[in-house]
Design a protein around this ligand. Structure first.
Ligand SMILES: Nc1ncnc2c1ncn2[C@@H]1O[C@H](COP(=O)(O)OP(=O)(O)OP(=O)(O)O)[C@@H](O)[C@H]1O
Ligand SMILES: [Mg+2]
Length: 379
């Protein structure tokens, strides 16, 4: 296994800059997830690491060695694509063995390697079947198995689960996380799925238009997004943004005025000068119907009862910014009426005119009940 270092990666297609000065270090054994809007360069970056794209600038090191002059097969990487093109006329065994056969490994060794990986992925009973005789999830496991038998230093996954239905995705997500725990391999994983990103990643890298917007642990990014882009991109439903104006600052934080809500103090570091145009960020899940905190009146337009939670769509005062609110459980709410929701200013995010966040003071860790951590159990 090996670490991965990207230094100042640039990729142009003609005049179009697709990757702009990407710097990234992935320590040995880390699971890194790339997220970002369609067309931001995720696949291009993965393909560049694999050696399938020539770079316009910068360098890639795998295990400390510059791989610029190495062909894809010589880089010690294995890539699993969204369309897991298996050889349709070969059996599961032969699909998995193909790379080792090309490398002219002895037959006994090939058999042993394939059997070992088939056991890990629970494919032993399927080794004689052709891809057409497998379910989508089984095919995806064969594609992953084909990558594992090559014993790569780094795994690259490009949206490997996006062709699967929701239940299978959930199952494969757990299998890949488990595989990572067992192989302790360095993995780089591209996804559009928020839940995959939040749950599988040691670290999320948010890309936007060929640049890294922010990287960090999933909950760090969720609770402390560096800017409006990351704040709006991570979290579902997306964060609500409301225009605000700075009034002043005190030891308690930034005092702001928000049309449709009123005055409030947001506990953040750094004091915006009075009069500065700001953006207040409120996550849908930070609202409730209970008393306390700040009030906010919403014209409800649509109520979606999902069972475990209820999503309310509406607008802040008449014609104000659109708001989405997520409430626990299934409160009975009517549409077409004004409804009062509450939130805690400590949960708010605040962004300057440049879209950069003020550092929130609220910690996102909930301490364990006393004694629980010593016993190694959750309360
Ligand atoms: N061969 C090419 N020639 C010109 N432009 C290209 C080429 N391949 C990709 N691009 C452009 O590069 C940009 C990045 O593409 P890329 O496939 O990396 O996006 P992505 O982040 O993987 O998107 P998605 O989430 O839709 O898969 C896009 O704007 C795309 O149109
Ligand atoms: Mg892509």
């Amino acid at each position: 296994m090996a670490d991965l270092t990207l230094s100042n990666i640039v990729k142009n297609y003609g005049p179009v800059e697709v990757l702009k000065n990407i710097d990234l270090h992935v320590p040995d054994g880390e699971f890194v997830v790339f997220v970002g809007p369609s067309g931001c360069g995720k696949s291009t970056l993965l393909r560049a690491i694999a050696g399938l794209e020539d770079l316009s600038g910068g360098s890639i090191k795998i295990g400390g060695e510059d791989v610029a002059d190495r062909a894809p097969a010589q880089r010690g990487i294995a890539m699993v694509f969204q369309t897991y093109a298996l050889y349709p006329h070969k059996s599961v065994f032969d699909n998995m063995a193909y790379g080792l056969k090309l490398a002219r490994r002895p037959r006994d060794q090939i058999r042993a390697e394939v059997m070992k990986v088939a056991k890990i992925l629970e494919l032993e009973a399927l080794l004689d079947r052709k891809p057409a005789q497998l379910s989508g999830g089984q095919r995806q496991r064969v594609a992953i198995g084909r990558a594992i038998v090559r014993d790569p230093k780094v795994f690259l996954f490009d949206e490997p689960l996006s062709n699967l239905d929701a239940a299978l995705r959930g199952q494969m997500r757990i299998e890949i996380a488990d595989l990572h725990a067992r192989l302790k391999a360095t993995m780089v994983y591209v996804t559009h799925d928020q839940i995959e990103a939040m749950t599988m990643a040691d670290r999320i890298v948010v890309l936007n238009a060929g640049r890294i917007e922010q990287q960090g642990a999933p909950l760090e990014l969720y609770h402390h997004p560096a800017n409006l882009f990351v704040a709006g991109f991570l979290g579902a439903p997306s964060m609500n943004f409301v225009p605000a104006r700075a009034i002043g600052a005190s030891a308690a934080g930034a005092e702001i005025e928000v049309e449709g809500i009123g005055r409030l103090t947001v506990p953040v570091d750094g004091a915006p000068a009075a009069g500065t145009a700001l953006t207040l960020g409120l996550r849908p899940h930070d609202f409730s119907l209970e008393r306390g905190g700040m009030d906010c009146e919403i014209d409800t337009v649509l109520v979606e009862p999902l069972g475990h939670e209820t999503i309310v769509y509406g607008a802040l005062r008449d014609g104000g910014p659109r708001m989405t609110i997520a409430l626990e459980g299934g409160p009975l709410l009517r549409t077409g009426v004004k409804t009062r929701f509450r939130f805690d200013p400590a949960d708010c995010h605040l962004f300057g005119p440049d879209g950069i966040a003020y550092r929130r003071r609220k910690q996102h860790f909930t301490p364990l009940a006393s004694g629980a951590s010593e016993q190694g159990a959750n309360p």
